[in-house]
Design a protein around this ligand. Structure first.
Ligand SMILES: [Zn+2]
Ligand SMILES: [Zn+2]
Ligand SMILES: [Zn+2]
Ligand SMILES: [Zn+2]
Length: 369
């Protein structure tokens, strides 16, 4: 992906159905869901690092983006991983305490992979993979230091995942240790998000530019109107109108910009635009200042953002309380500094919609459908 001349071009990520075997570590995939395809196969993030800051439970792998720095030998391979908490109760507005991001990079010559990339024309073996060097949790694919006392084969990151696996089939399977595989029979299917490849393509701006400001305003007014016509009772509609008025006044010009920009590519799930300005979903709740890289002290820069459209593919975008975001922004060390750890935590920031779009999203009619 990312070439030198990409200053002006944002790369958009789209969902792609790809056979699971092509999404393993040796193919360096950008992907959503399933187990993480770890880049460095040793010294994975600790279970502590992969836990939610709010509920302390293990996070689930959301996505990873393959994003080498072409001008740095030590970033010949480079991957950024995003993990989120599955518990809807941990989703707080404009707060990313339940989201954690890790960066990993390798030189072309490294201890895990051959210099020439693996051919993705035939199935081949799963190796090299993190399972060759570590015991991995059958549920989530993180380090699995805990062993099932029954079969002494199944490994887990936590009591939580052991219990989940037990309930979803390991109880029966445990009696036949010789048949137990490294992946859970069904537990991981319940915990992990569906797995897809992310295909990155340059955003072609031509089309977006042709949309006049006027046209965008018209769409926007329609959106407002559609939210206004259907209130259920006076109290509610007062609140709604207040919100709509407030939103119309300040408004969120930024939200219009957001809608205009994604209109031609409504299926985009990721925007990769390293070193540039994110596409905000709202003009409020932008991060005031991004703390520098704790490892080297250099500033962090915006790298990419996860779009709300991804929620649709996670099968969690239900009405009511759910995993949710306007956009998740990832900031990483400008230098992508080399450290003695393989996985370096970077910064996630969650921006949610301004009041107007909350009204649209939470409207009783929308929720009922
Ligand atoms: Zn949580
Ligand atoms: Zn686990
Ligand atoms: Zn067991
Ligand atoms: Zn750094």
């Amino acid at each position: 992906m990312a070439e030198e001349g990409r200053d002006v071009v944002v790369e958009l990520g789209f969902i792609q159905n790809t056979p699971a075997w092509k999404l393993r570590s040796k193919f360096f995939p950008s992907k959503v869901g399933g187990y993480p395809a770890w880049l460095a196969l040793k010294n994975l993030p600790t279970n502590e690092e992969l836990s939610c800051h709010i509920c302390s439970k293990p996070l689930v792998f959301l996505c990873q983006i393959y994003a080498p720095f072409h001008d740095r030998d030590y970033c010949f391979h480079r991957m950024v991983f995003v993990f989120v908490c599955r518990d809807p109760d941990c989703y707080r507005e404009n707060d990313a305490s339940n989201i954690r991001v890790f960066r990993c990079q390798l030189a072309r010559e490294n201890e895990f992979y051959p210099n020439e990339p693996a051919k993705d024309t035939d199935l081949g073996s799963e190796s090299p993979g993190a399972g060759d060097f570590n015991n991995l949790c059958r549920i989530c694919g993180a380090l699995g230091p805990k062993t099932c006392g029954g079969c002494k084969v199944a490994r887990y990151c936590s009591k939580d995942h052991q219990a989940l696996d037990w309930k979803s089939g390991h109880k029966a399977e445990c009696k036949n240790p010789e048949n137990i595989s490294k992946v859970s029979c069904s537990g991981h299917a319940k915990f992990l998000f569906p797995e897809f490849e992310i295909e990155l393509e340059p955003e072609e701006l031509e089309a977006a530019k042709e949309k006049s400001e006027e046209e965008v305003m018209k769409d926007y007014e329609e959106l407002l109107r559609s939210g206004q016509v259907t209130h259920q009772n006076d109290e509610d509609s007062d609140t709604e109108n207040d919100l709509i008025n407030m939103a119309t006044q300040e408004t969120d010009k930024q939200f219009q910009k957001f809608r205009m920009r994604i209109k031609d590519y409504p299926d985009q799930i990721v925007r990769y635009d390293r070193g540039h300005e994110p596409l905000w979903v709202s003009s409020s709740n932008k991060p005031a200042d991004i703390p520098p890289c704790p490892s080297c002290g250099q500033p962090r820069q915006f790298e990419f953002q996860v779009m709300p459209q991804l929620l649709v593919h996670l099968k969690v975008d239900n009405p009511g309380k759910s995993i949710d975001w306007g956009t998740v922004l990832v900031y990483s060390c400008k230098e992508s500094c080399q450290q003695d750890r393989n996985y370096i935590e970077e910064l996630a920031y969650k921006q949610d919609y301004s009041p107007i779009s909350q009204v649209m999203k939470n409207h009783p009619c929308a929720a009922a459908s």
